[in-house]
Write a protein that binds this ligand. Structure first.
Ligand code: THU
Length: 160
């Protein structure tokens, strides 16, 4: 038996102004997307923006439903819309923002496990790393690839 340790590279920013211009624009798009959030049950409004390889930005927000499991997270709304409207274009970056009642959280808005799994699939499909930016007004974290936020990724290609 051997103990293994995972080492993950994370970039930390203390303000949106520290981000480079491309990342800042994507976070701003996610903030814009948050306005489309429909979250009457949780009051937690999430916005996401996906940057495609050709520069297209696709936005999404969480959409809730009286039948709770029928709702969908912002990240998956954005990624599914991006894939549906731009099939075959790699997703190079995803920014996420969130907060209660339309505010922005101070800490990084972290994606759920299902959204991480969907990120993994599109990263594999795009054949290039997808960076993930978790925005918070006081702390923003950037992961340069999905593997860093979802270690030991399951994908069906592993089974070959
Ligand atoms: N939510 C997201 O949009 N993304 C996540 O990664 C986690 C949670 C939404 C789902 C629900 O509408 C609300 O936040 C509260 O869970």
């Amino acid at each position: 038996m051997r103990n293994l340790k995972l080492e993950i590279d994370i970039q930390e920013y203390s303000s949106i102004d520290e981000l480079d211009a491309v990342d800042r624009k994507l976070v701003e798009a996610a903030i814009e997307a948050q306005k489309g959030s429909y979250a009457p049950y949780s009051s937690f409004n999430v916005g996401a923006a996906v940057l495609l390889e050709d520069g297209t930005v696709v936005k999404g927000s969480n959409q809730e439903n009286a039948a709770y499991p029928s709702g969908l997270c912002a990240e998956r709304t954005a990624m599914f819309a991006a894939s549906a409207s731009n099939p075959g274009k790699a997703m190079v970056s995803l920014a996420i923002v969130g907060g209660f009642n339309g505010t922005l959280s101070e800490g990084p808005c972290s994606p759920c496990g299902s959204c991480r799994q969907v990120m993994a699939e599109y990263q594999t499909l795009g054949k290039r790393p997808m960076s993930v930016i978790l925005f918070g007004t006081r702390q923003t974290l950037k992961f340069s690839k999905v593997d860093d936020i979802l270690p030991l990724i399951f994908d069906s290609f592993n089974e070959k």
